[in-house]
Design a protein around this ligand. Structure first.
Ligand SMILES: Cc1cc2nc3c(=O)[nH]c(=O)nc-3n(C[C@H](O)[C@H](O)[C@H](O)COP(=O)(O)OP(=O)(O)OC[C@H]3O[C@@H](n4cnc5c(N)ncnc54)[C@H](O)[C@@H]3O)c2cc1C
Length: 460
């Protein structure tokens, strides 16, 4: 009897004192912001763990500069061990998916010694990755690259430089194609062109857009950047879709088979052309880095009381956008789940439609989602961290209403943007502001000083 009681007591003691487990999945801008808030607010009975596949955080907006060999990789990263508050545990692991019903994050067991990790509260901050679709899938020796991580930026820069030197030696011209007509595509092609032209290496650059260049932007932004790209002899092919990619090999140079589309960018007009292409960079869209998949939305079984208590009475079955971003409520909780927040690029955050000067925009549906940006990632990470702590302390949650500080599109030698969605900024002023902001948001004092100096001098 005595032994039974003491066993029961010790079991109770264990349950009573088992710490609340907060898991932060992803150590980029948003995950770090959340971790810092939670570490400063949560009581010591809370165990905080942050998971990332890399032991460092990466300043993503500087990846085009890394690919263009303009700045070293050390200037865009900082070790998570130095960035995280001491009470936050770090686990290096690759996340495979979410299992909300059983409050588990699924891990790649080849990289870590377990295949899942349980949580009581989860913050999803895994960011985004390039959306690759056949026939354009990046792979070793495929000649197709993306630009969504430090590794990919370094690989692209090194391969491009090697290929340019080879082309120079053999007296040929290297054909480089960037697919995409948005922000990242323009930034990428402008930087890669600089890599070749600053070293007088033989290259031709083509930008292939499915619709028009910088489709949703004001005319002055489009004209300014288009003029710059043309002045750098970058060819822009709009309204077309890539049907086939033939990789360059010993049989001959690579090429793309392209189909022309009508103004809407949807329907073929029946014209097929061939475009030379030795190296291709995908910049035509992104998707959530961890796709929710079926395991995420399996409804909790009625007997699974622990997880059922944490999900609302009717778990939402379709809580993600087609690109995998998880739809969140005004407090940044994944819809239908009380204990899971999504932030930064991983979250589908509804915003009111902004008025556009473009007539084509006015006819769009009224629901829009917050654009992906460093500022919104940091703001949402902080807000979710605070709401999670409010929830633990039974304090009212606050809805997320971010102020938009604006954006700048840096295209190596030109820029265009809008501060607070009102004040136009362009040219070297825009570039300086961009690098200064990258420095301020860039994790370490060393990187801030490096980028501030670059912002003052600008790149040669
Ligand atoms: C080339 C490029 C240029 C950009 N330029 C700008 C710009 O000029 N201005 C601007 O405001 N925004 C820019 N952005 C967008 C901006 O970088 C993102 O909006 C921002 O980084 C989002 O922050 P986040 O915390 O959500 O994700 P991230 O910063 O991407 O962090 C996600 C973290 O999750 C980790 N992770 C992802 N998947 C897994 C997994 N399966 N397992 C384990 N860990 C994982 C990653 O390693 C990373 O550390 C740019 C993005 C790119 C790619």
């Amino acid at each position: 009897m005595h032994s039974t009681n003491s066993a029961t007591n010790s079991a109770h003691t264990k349950v009573m004192f088992s710490p609340t487990r907060i898991l932060i999945a992803g150590g980029g801008y948003s995950g770090l912001a959340a971790a810092r808030v939670i570490a400063s607010r949560a009581n010591l009975g809370v165990k905080i763990t942050l998971i990332d596949r890399n032991p460092y955080a990466t300043a993503m907006p500087l990846l085009p500069d890394v690919a263009a060999l303009k700045i070293p990789s050390s200037a865009v990263t900082a070790p998570l061990s130095q960035l995280l508050p001491s009470r936050v545990n770090f686990l290096q692991a690759s996340i495979q998916g979410w299992d909300f019903s059983h409050s588990r994050v699924l891990l790649d067991s080849e990289m870590s010694d377990c295949d899942s990790i349980e949580y009581d509260h989860l913050i999803i901050s895994t960011g985004s990755r390039t959306a690759a679709r056949p026939p354009l899938i990046p792979a070793e020796n495929s000649g197709i690259f993306n630009l969504d991580s430090l590794d990919s930026a370094m690989e692209l820069g090194n391969e491009l430089y090697k290929s340019l030197l080879k082309a120079e030696k053999s007296g040929e011209t290297l054909h480089i194609v960037v697919s995409g007509g948005g922000y990242t595509a323009v930034e990428t092609i402008a930087n890669l062109e600089y890599l070749a032209s600053s070293r007088s290496l033989p290259a031709e650059f083509t930008l292939i857009c499915r619709s028009s260049l910088l489709r949703n932007h004001d005319d002055w932004v489009v004209q300014r950047l288009e003029k710059y790209l043309i002045s750098r002899k970058i060819r822009i092919i709009s309204n077309c879709s890539i049907l086939e990619y033939i990789n360059s090999d010993e049989n001959g140079p690579g090429s793309l088979k392209i189909e022309s589309l009508d103004e809407s960018g949807q329907n073929s007009i029946g014209k097929i052309t061939i475009c030379p292409c030795d190296l291709m960079v995908l910049a035509s869209g992104v998707e959530a880095s961890v796709q929710p998949g079926e395991s995420a939305f399996t409804v909790a079984s009625p007997t699974d009381s622990a997880s059922a208590a944490l999900t609302s009475s009717q778990p939402t079955m379709a809580s993600s956008l087609p690109d995998g971003r998880l739809l969140v409520d005004p407090f940044l909780r994944v819809r239908g789940l009380k204990n899971v927040f999504a932030v930064g690029d991983a979250a589908g955050i509804e915003v009111f439609q902004q008025k556009s000067s473009k007539p084509s925009m006015a006819s769009k549906p009224s629901v829009e989602y917050l654009r992906r940006s460093v500022n919104f990632a940091i703001f949402s990470g902080k807000a979710a961290g605070n709401n999670l702590c409010n929830q633990l302390d039974s304090i009212e949650l606050k809805s997320f209403n971010p102020v938009d500080p604006g954006w700048i599109l840096p295209a190596h030698g030109e820029s265009a943007g809008k501060l607070f969605n009102k004040i136009p900024v362009c040219g070297s002023t825009g570039l300086r502001l961009h690098y200064l902001m990258c420095g301020i948001r860039n994790f370490s004092l060393k990187n801030l000083l490096y980028l501030s100096a670059k912002a003052c001098k600008l790149f040669p």
